[in-house]
Design a protein around this ligand. Structure first.
Ligand SMILES: Cc1cc2nc3c(=O)[nH]c(=O)nc-3n(C[C@H](O)[C@H](O)[C@H](O)COP(=O)(O)OP(=O)(O)OC[C@H]3O[C@@H](n4cnc5c(N)ncnc54)[C@H](O)[C@@H]3O)c2cc1C
Length: 538
């Protein structure tokens, strides 16, 4: 197919408009076109007086043989679809690999292993997504936390109750394959071509069930409610793992384990440290979440085009470096979304955001985060970052008044450095509810001050950003993992042979797509190792 790039199209257009433009560019008749496909669609809103879409299109001709000479003549290229790297065959005569954690990393790893015929066992401490949805709904309504089934733990991992944004800065050969699998499993087809794709929390459960069925159909096994609790080692490598589930404690022989436990499995990190797995402190970020009326963000980004049905809810992405050496940036913006408690431990509050695919809620929210370095942790050892997070999550929980209500503050009060006694016209979307407070009490001093300094800079880029009615909530601590599990750069194994640290919790991903890509990468490394000479200790 011929690749046509950068076609500027008005907001109100039809497929016929694209066809006419493509034909004009190629100087052919519409009847010569067999297929027209959108490869990429983005919004160009740099000039607010003339917002338009930009398309990359693929054109297939009735006469396929004419594509190459026509493309050459028009100075264009033929499209070379990306190819998934070949899957190594599953090694014979080995124990089946075990994947721990059914987040994006673990699910993609299990899918790849199953496709290669390795019959993986996937264990997940939380529940299947249908049961998990009910547990989370109960938590939002009552503030009663189930420590094994919540916004962070259960099928789909941390991103299940999210905006399902799939933007990533990484380049990975597995991404087209992953997106394709997501769509086959039930994600909206738009993720294949949107410049900033998102799935939405309403489509995610359907997609997760689809992925589950595919892994099972390919010979994998999934055990929910089953937690990794220990490692058994011998001669410098992994021999078995201990797990706790419905059948009580059990020991499972295991020589290859993909550890995809996310950034919040604090008890598991402690067990791994005791088992002697090498881990190290890692920088992350801490901050607040801001909520504005979505209409204010639409106006700031789209001017007169705000509310245009073809545009949907507007987004923003902001960052600045401050004279004090800290960075402050917006993170995980959820247009038309809501703010939620994303906690996994009783008495500790961490917040985040999510949106439905339509992004049609009243408010826009985003984290405003400040960088945190290991030097800020005030402790030694790989788990010091976790203790640092816990300290501020506890303060936020207490400030909110318990039952996972979030402390909240009007923008005007935060900038003036005084506690809020009441909130204004904006209705915070936070479940299970908010309590007016002074958010400086749940942040390290440097983070509160850095965010305060950054806000006027952000208001220069997004008009109305510091509008008096906007509301800040706290505290957001789990932007990424506070530790890293080092792995060999070729074999991808950690300091215990046979163990593959993988995904966000191990420090190799940040977000759904990069975690899924790391899962795929580690699964392939594991398959390749099976074909190589036996590991040391065999
Ligand atoms: C509310 C929210 C919104 C988000 N929104 C987005 C977004 O829009 N876009 C985006 O790219 N990213 C988003 N993220 C981040 C994204 O979800 C993560 O980056 C991603 O899920 C990390 O994938 P992972 O597989 O490495 O780990 P996780 O998704 O954290 O999965 C780890 C899994 O391991 C399980 N587990 C942990 N310990 C054990 C154990 N001992 N035994 C068995 N199982 C265990 C957990 O229960 C969990 O299911 C969001 C996160 C949250 C919390």
């Amino acid at each position: 197919m011929i690749l046509l790039q950068n076609l500027r199209v008005p907001l109100a257009h039809e497929m016929q408009t694209l066809l006419n433009l493509a034909c004009r560019r190629l100087q052919i008749e519409p009847l010569a076109v067999k297929e027209l496909r959108v490869l990429k669609k983005s919004v160009d809103a740099r000039d607010k007086a003339e917002i338009h879409f930009v398309f990359h299109l693929l054109v297939g001709l009735e006469d396929e043989a004419a594509e190459e000479p026509l493309a050459r003549q028009a100075g264009m290229e033929l499209h070379a679809p990306p190819k998934m790297p070949a899957l190594p065959e599953a090694p014979r005569g080995r124990l089946r690999p075990v994947v721990v954690g059914a987040g994006p990393a673990g699910l993609l790893a299990a899918l790849i292993l199953a496709k290669a015929g390795a019959r993986p066992l996937l264990i997940e401490r939380g529940r299947p997504v249908e049961r998990r949805q009910a547990d989370v709904a109960d938590f939002f309504a009552s503030g009663r936390l189930d420590p094994s089934s919540n916004v962070l733990f259960g099928e789909g991992g941390a991103g299940t109750f999210s905006d399902g944004k799939l933007t990533t800065g990484i380049k990975s050969p597995y991404i087209p394959f992953i997106l394709d699998e997501f769509v086959k499993a039930g994600a909206p087809e738009e993720i294949l071509y949107a410049a900033k794709p998102h799935i939405g929390t309403d489509f995610l459960p359907k997609m997760l069930k689809g992925l589950r069925e595919r892994i099972l159909a390919l010979g994998g096994e999934i055990r929910f409610g089953t937690k990794l609790t220990g490692l058994v080692q011998g001669a410098g490598r992994l021999r078995a793992l201990r797990a706790e589930g419905e059948n009580g404690q059990e020991e499972l022989p295991c020589e290859a384990l993909l550890l995809c436990i996310g950034h919040s499995a604090r008890d598991t990190f402690a067990m791994l440290a005791e088992s002697g797995l090498r881990m190290e402190q890692k920088a992350f970020s801490i901050g607040l979440r801001i909520e504005h009326p979505q209409a204010l963000i639409d106006r700031a980004q789209y001017g007169e085009f705000a509310g245009h049905p073809a545009l949907g809810a507007a987004e923003y992405k902001l960052s600045c470096h401050l004279p004090n050496g800290r960075s402050v940036y917006s993170f995980c913006m959820c247009p038309g979304g809501r703010v939620l408690a994303a906690s996994s431990e009783e008495g500790l509050l961490n917040i985040n955001g999510m949106s439905a695919f339509a992004r049609d809620g009243e408010n826009a929210n985003s984290a405003l985060l400040c960088s945190v370095e290991p030097g800020d942790f005030g402790g030694e050892g790989p788990l010091a970052g976790i203790e640092f997070q816990r300290q501020f999550e506890k303060k936020a929980f207490e400030l909110g008044g318990g039952r996972f209500r979030a402390p909240a503050q009007r923008m005007e009060d935060f900038l003036a450095g005084r506690a809020s006694r009441a909130l204004g016209a904006l209705r915070p979307s936070f479940a299970p509810g908010v309590t007016p407070a002074d958010l400086r009490a749940c942040l390290p001093g440097f983070a509160a001050e850095s965010i305060r300094q950054a806000l006027p800079q952000f208001a220069r880029r997004v008009r109305g950003f510091t509008d008096h009615e906007s509301v800040l909530m706290g505290v957001e601590t789990r932007s990424s993992s506070p530790l890293r599990i080092p792995r060999d750069k070729n074999s991808l194994q950690g300091s215990i042979l046979g163990l593959y640290p993988c995904g966000e919790g191990a420090g190799y991903a940040g977000g759904i797509l990069s975690a899924a890509a790391d899962g795929a990468r580690c699964a392939i490394a594991l398959l390749e190792a099976g074909q190589a000479p036996p590991l040391r200790g065999d």
